[in-house]
Ligand binder design. Structure first.
Ligand SMILES: [Zn+2]
Length: 430
């Protein structure tokens, strides 16, 4: 078993808690001094940073949500002046409710360090050729992957998520050994290889690091069997860093969280009460190293559980269970976080009023498909079928443009679906 930093990754529980407490105290002082929003919400609950003497005081701190981050757009959540920020990303390619995430040079270094731990932990090293088939753009996704792979000395191919045939050509010609992508893209590559009659064993691939969307054990089995690789999960949370927050070791039995940089908690998503160890609930994360954009008790919306029992790999940092569902209305479709509100706003722009709609998501052949059902009403009733079809086509174009891929839109009679149920997710992840 290889470690990037064995001393840190195998610290005793007492050492971890000591590091966490010291870093947390420093972070609380910094955000109280520099971020008006934190100062306000701390004062609202009568909390001063010096009140935190042990972890039991941590529970009196308020939580923070994506909405608050968005309300403080663009820079009001930054804990350092902009001149100290060397990188700016957003949490989504969708700009309806934007969040800007800033990184100091030290934040960037920590991020690379986290990904270096991830790669080393799954047996990737300087002899490897890492093909990054994630879109390089304003979201964080591939950048941490690139820096981590370079830090361990691997050769990086910043391929981005392009044409499948090009991906396979590069994979073959450049002798790629590691694929980093969404599982959806990896499954598409498997299909493309089958169509090309290309035997994956003729490639040099040995490992796949997949993330950005929920994926099942069945998908892992297919990818490992068909690509002749070891497939591991990596947990990305853009508001914190992107990929690198937690990752699977070769035991594939939960994802280790870097506890020297984050404090994880599991809370009841309704009452927000902390839940006993091992319970399933909403994952809440506090970043204790980030300088530019620290988050205190950030509600991720992801449902998970924490396991503090020792892992056979030797690492002592706790593990979160794989994420298959969320407790809010955010859907992750084809690796993209989408809310029904965003879809509704796009439909309303075309219709001239808020329609009654339902989003249905299915997974077919490993690829997410989205259908939007919209009730026929005064907003969209046309005597002529031709006009109705044209209207549906306009909706289809608006949604496909919003999301970047083809969305099916169907106009249906009232009563076809339950209007209270905005999303029907028919995908099965377990
Ligand atoms: Zn482990």
């Amino acid at each position: 078993m290889e470690f990037w930093d064995k001393k840190i990754e195998c610290m005793s529980r007492e050492e971890i808690q000591q590091v966490q407490l010291e870093k947390l105290q420093a972070t609380l002082h910094r955000v109280y001094k520099n971020v008006r929003h934190y100062r306000k919400i701390f004062r609202d609950v009568d909390f001063m940073p010096e009140d935190l003497r042990s972890f039991s005081d941590f529970n009196s701190l308020p939580f923070i949500t994506r909405r608050e981050l968005s309300e403080n757009y663009p820079y009001d959540m930054f804990a350092v002046p902009l001149r100290e920020v060397v990188r700016l990303h957003t949490a989504s390619v969708n700009f309806e409710d934007p969040i800007v995430i800033g990184f100091t040079q030290n934040d960037i270094n920590v991020w690379a360090e986290l990904m270096a731990r991830n790669f080393t932990g799954v047996g990737i090293n300087k002899d490897d050729v890492v093909q990054i088939a994630l879109n390089f753009g304003i979201t964080t996704g591939p950048f941490g992957v690139q820096m981590g792979a370079e830090k361990i000395g691997a050769s990086v191919i910043p391929m981005s998520a392009g044409k499948f045939s090009d991906q396979i050509k590069i994979m073959r010609d450049f002798r790629t050994t590691v694929l980093v992508s969404t599982p959806t893209l990896a499954l598409s590559l498997v299909r493309e290889m089958e169509e090309m009659n290309l035997d994956p064993q003729s490639l040099m691939l040995k490992s796949g690091v997949f993330g950005s969307e929920p994926w099942s054990e069945e998908t892992r089995r297919i990818l490992e069997f068909k690509m002749h690789i070891t497939a591991t999960d990596t947990y990305a949370m853009t508001e914190l860093f992107g990929p690198g927050v937690a990752w699977e070791c070769p035991e594939k039995n939960g994802l280790h969280i870097a506890e020297d940089h984050f404090i994880p908690e599991i809370v009841d998503p309704v009452t927000l009460a902390p839940l006993p160890e091992g319970s399933e609930g909403e994952l809440v994360l506090t970043s204790i190293s980030k300088e530019a954009f620290p988050l205190i008790r950030f509600r991720t919306g992801d449902i998970s559980r924490i396991d503090y029992t020792p892992c056979a790999c030797g690492r002592t940092h706790c593990r979160i269970s794989r994420i298959f569902r969320r407790c809010d209305d955010v859907m992750v479709v084809r690796g993209m976080a989408i809310t029904p509100e965003q879809v509704g706003q796009a439909l309303a722009r075309v219709s001239g009023g808020m329609p009654v709609f339902q989003i249905q998501v299915e997974r077919s052949g490993g690829l997410d498909q989205m259908t939007v059902l919209m009730e026929i009403s005064d907003l969209n009733f046309f005597d002529e079928m031709k006009k109705q079809r044209r209207f549906a086509e306009t909706l289809h174009r608006a949604l496909s443009e919003l999301l970047g891929w083809e969305v099916t839109v169907r106009l249906v009679e009232p009563g076809t679906f339950n209007p209270e149920e905005k999303v029907r997710d028919l995908r099965c992840f377990k």
